[in-house]
Design a binder for this molecule. Structure first.
Ligand code: FES
Length: 166
């Protein structure tokens, strides 16, 4: 083997080794970066979880609007997760939160409410028609505030027969 050929082989081997070392270094850097990113995400989520503050008492009292805004019937008020109803007896507020596991019920045929999560059905007055829910939808305390707005208190449950007369 000639000297020139030996030198060529030697330099090629050196180049391969350098390329392998560079690749290894890059992969190590990539792995460290990925781990650092994942760690930052986990730490961020843990901090967010630990800093969670439940809604204050005030956010459970929600103005629904002027009585004139609601014709007779049942109207969903998203901000309050409440169905505001008005029948011949008066006004009422029905909690839209399913008593099974907390999904929001939706209007269904024949004046019923259905739960999209596990298929419970409720009568228009909140009574359970079919489970798995076993408790009726809650009727919530409803009044007119000093500004003339229908207002609901999501923390105060009332009997299903209670109506607000205006
Ligand atoms: S959450 Fe409504 S039926 Fe399960």
């Amino acid at each position: 083997m000639s000297v020139a050929r030996l030198v060529t082989r030697f330099t090629e081997g050196k180049r391969d080794g350098a390329a392998r070392a560079g690749r290894r270094q890059f992969l190590a850097w990539l792995a460290r970066g990925t781990l650092a990113g994942a760690g930052a995400i986990v730490v961020g989520q843990v901090l967010r979880f630990l800093s969670y503050q439940p809604a204050s008492e005030n956010t459970t009292i929600i103005a629904l609007g002027q009585p004139e805004d609601y014709p007779p019937g049942v109207h969903y008020v998203r901000a309050a997760q409440t169905y505001l109803g008005r029948d011949t007896e008066g006004w009422y507020a029905l909690d839209a939160v399913c008593t099974h596991l907390g999904c929001l019920v939706e209007p269904a045929k024949d004046g019923l409410f259905s739960c999209p999560c596990h298929g419970s059905y409720f009568h228009g007055d909140g009574r359970v028609k079919t489970g798995p829910a076993t408790k009726p939808l809650r009727h919530l305390y409803l009044w007119v505030d000093q500004d003339g707005l229908l207002t609901v208190d999501r923390t105060r449950e009332v009997s299903s027969t209670v109506r607000l007369l205006l």
